[in-house]
Design a protein around this ligand. Sequence first.
Ligand SMILES: *Cc1c(COP(=O)(O)O)cnc(C)c1O
Length: 382
Amino acid sequence: MRPHPIEPEKLKVLESLPTPSFVIDEGRLISNLKTLSEVQQLSGCKVLLAQKCFSTFAMYPLIGRYIAGTVASGIYEARLSHEEMGKENHVFAPAYKPEDIEELDNICGHIVFNSWRQYGLHSPRCKNASLGIRINPEFSTQNHAIYDPCSHGSRLGVRISQMPDDLPERIEGFHFHTLCEQGADDLERTFMAFESKFKKYFPKLKWLNLGGGHYITHEDYDRGKLVSLLNYIKDQYGLQTYLEPGEAVVLNSGYLVSEVLDKVSNGIEILILDASAACHCPDAIEMPFAPPVYGTDEDNGKYHYRLSSMTCLAGDKFGDYDFIEPKEITDKVVFEDMALYTMVKTNTFNGMSLPGIYVLKEDLSVETVKKFGYGDFKNRLG
Ligand SMILES: *Cc1c(COP(=O)(O)O)cnc(C)c1O
């Protein structure tokens, strides 16, 4: 992915921070939130932050000013939203623990079950929440099996063959989530497949949650198509729609700033950084993808480096990059698009430190959210 330009004054501030650090770019976050808020206004849809992607709750008051609330993957995220945002709080998990249900029912307005057995086990103890069931529309539009809930053998959602003729009385909504970094075309095709199989149930429903994976704030996303589809669902079926993007909320709104500690060569020049893909951006290894890096240019960059880490894991690398300028020891390396699926996934493998978390304001002042140290490594282990 190509890096976005960073203004020189902004870069100077980023490079002045201790390393490694995550920095949230408030201006870029606000710009995403404005786009999402506009989708809400044009369609009547409610947009929820998927907290599994981004849970840096220092930003929740800001996020809550623009979108309707959050979705949680379980009790901890649900509590975090209740405590730190206090707006709509939805939860979906493949299974719930019996001891969590009462609290979830008290703090979540919407609870989505993954199977009829889960619904049967837990719904009698739900007194307040609106209940829904996750559907597997059995319609794949992507090739990443690890992110495809419609893949063969998926445990996620109820298939049409498992639907009763009449919906259980308490079910007020359907939920499906099948996309990952995808456009409105794929959503439209998925909705049409879902509609043709499941529409006989729609008259009994109040709401429909179309999940996440919508790349709404990406420059190529067709928001007009999304808004038309949402309006069609509202007008044709009278359903309140929800979208629960993670990535789209914080797309391109964060950096990971690191420092070059050493330079070694072995057929290729390798920079050893104080940041780690394995510890600070596991998706770079799991997905895998190479995050954009400031100062690189795959067409014109003349300095080829592998960006690697001070851990002892041989495969701990972010990727191979072409830099425009040479890099030396003590230079900074700034990874971009580092707000999503990073801070929520960090770990202290190899005794690595957790990057500090900072917010870069629009006036280029910096707010410290949290610094971490040895205690954060030790306390988790005993
Ligand atoms: C992961 C997930 C999301 C968010 O997905 P993004 O790709 O980050 O937009 C939303 N809903 C569910 C059920 C998810 O599992």
